[in-house]
Write a protein that binds this ligand. Structure first.
Ligand SMILES: [Zn+2]
Length: 429
């Protein structure tokens, strides 16, 4: 017999995309809610009275008035940049040369990689993030360290060895052949093992030769069950550099598209300065874009056009882009998404922000049948938020007259103190 647990608190369960129609009607809110969990999977969600009657013998864990949501999903991060987060004063190319590449070189030491991978996952779990899609370094050991650390903690995780064979320090460069061989070996070792998935990961066109991009395109066509992640049109200087490196390309996306790196399971980070042709091609491919708002303001990249891109039918996830992003927290990331949209004269509703950080990211990573909502059959990865975690937030929430007004101050002002519990596969961590 399988033991069922009932986890009690306020619940917010999305039933549709809040960007389609009235945002506040996209989710069912229970002030006295419950989630039934058995074997690490949600079996029921609803009012507490109904679930208590249905599961009289269940173990009860009561979170009082705290709000239970699906665990946050960070759709784009670089775990090896954990120790250089919040480094001062650079834009994209300088950032890579000054901070990223020297730090990434340290990951040829497997012991260092293991230490940072563990530290990174413990930090993100403390912020309520239960799934991350991470870039690793060019060293296969960095991916092994990350997958090992994720497996130990039972978290669903996606990662890939970053591939680069030019415009980076020699010690960080692989080759077209090594990128293919090492990525393939890691796929065979890790993809689909438990809760782990592999993502083929060319860093971006400036650091891959056309041959390397083609080799990874060939690998993806052999393993279309894997995701492919890369960066796209983050800064205008970068776009100009891409057009120098690929004079024959129609635009930035074309450098991927003509080499087999545009497809349904493609996940493109940033995508701020897109040409209309690129948006059409991405939409036709049913690809996903990832919005990284703290990164986009921190390194001065620009303002993501969320409504314009959503209206073209693109899947859009939300991400920290640690450590180009300035926070590990998806609460802070939602706040930055709100601020970026405001600069485009659009106020994102709290329902839209929460959806982006959960179901939106799950859809971007093609995991919406596994994670990202409170619904039967979805894995029980949960974050429990104290909506009055500091005096400043509590005094504002005292005046709230709806769940949306009650949760918004935590989105804007909350940090890890707001996370009263995180569950991974039904277990509190
Ligand atoms: Zn990135």
């Amino acid at each position: 017999m399988t033991a069922t647990r009932l986890i009690l608190g306020q619940t917010l369960a999305f039933v549709r995309d809040p960007f389609d129609g009235v945002p506040q009607d996209a989710a069912i809110h229970e002030r006295l809610g419950a989630i039934a969990v058995s074997n690490g999977v949600i079996s029921d969600v609803g009012p507490v009275d109904k679930l208590r009657t249905a599961h009289p013998d269940a173990e009860i864990i009561d979170h009082g008035t705290a709000l239970i949501l699906p665990g946050f999903i960070d759709a784009h991060a670089h775990y090896p940049q954990t120790a250089i987060i919040a480094s001062w004063g650079k834009r994209l190319i300088d950032w890579l040369n000054s901070y990223t590449f020297p730090e990434e070189m340290r990951f040829d030491d497997p012991a260092y990689a293991r230490e940072v991978a563990g530290r990174y996952l413990d930090l993100t779990l403390a912020y309520g993030t239960t799934t991350v899609a991470s870039y690793c370094t060019t060293h296969p050991e960095s991916a092994t360290a990350f997958f090992d650390a994720a497996k130990t903690r039972g978290v669903r995780a996606i990662a890939g060895k970053t591939c680069m064979d030019r415009n980076a320090p020699d010690d960080l460069c692989d080759t077209a052949a090594r990128a293919y061989d090492e990525s393939k070996a890691l796929i065979d070792q890790w993809h689909g093992q438990g809760r782990l998935g592999y993502v083929i990961t060319p860093r971006f066109s400036p650091t891959s030769t056309p041959d390397q991009l083609s080799a990874l395109g060939a690998l993806w066509s052999e393993r279309p069950d894997c995701l492919m992640q890369t960066h796209l049109s983050e800064q205008t200087d970068e776009i100009a550099w891409v057009s120098e490196l690929f004079p024959e390309a129609r635009d930035y996306l074309d450098t991927y598209q003509t080499r087999g790196l545009l497809g349904q399971r493609g996940v493109y980070g940033h995508a701020i300065h897109l040409e209309d042709r690129e948006v059409s091609a991405l939409a036709e491919a049913d690809a996903a874009l990832v919005h990284c708002p703290t990164s986009n303001t921190f390194i001065g990249s620009g303002l993501f056009d969320i409504d314009g891109l959503k209206s073209r039918g693109l899947r859009i996830g939300l991400a920290t882009d640690t450590g180009g992003g300035s926070s590990f927290s998806m609460l802070r990331t939602m706040a930055a998404a709100y601020e970026v949209a405001q600069l485009r004269r659009r106020a994102l509703h709290p329902a839209e922000l929460l959806w982006l950080a959960t179901r939106g990211s799950a859809e971007a990573l093609r995991l919406e049948d596994r994670i990202g909502t409170l619904a039967p059959g979805i894995e029980a990865d949960l974050v429990v938020l104290d909506l009055a975690s500091t005096p400043a937030i509590a005094q504002r929430v005292a005046r709230a007259d709806s769940i949306w007004e009650a949760v918004f101050p935590t989105i804007m002002m909350g940090d890890d103190r707001a996370v009263s519990a995180t569950y991974v596969g039904g277990h509190k961590v």
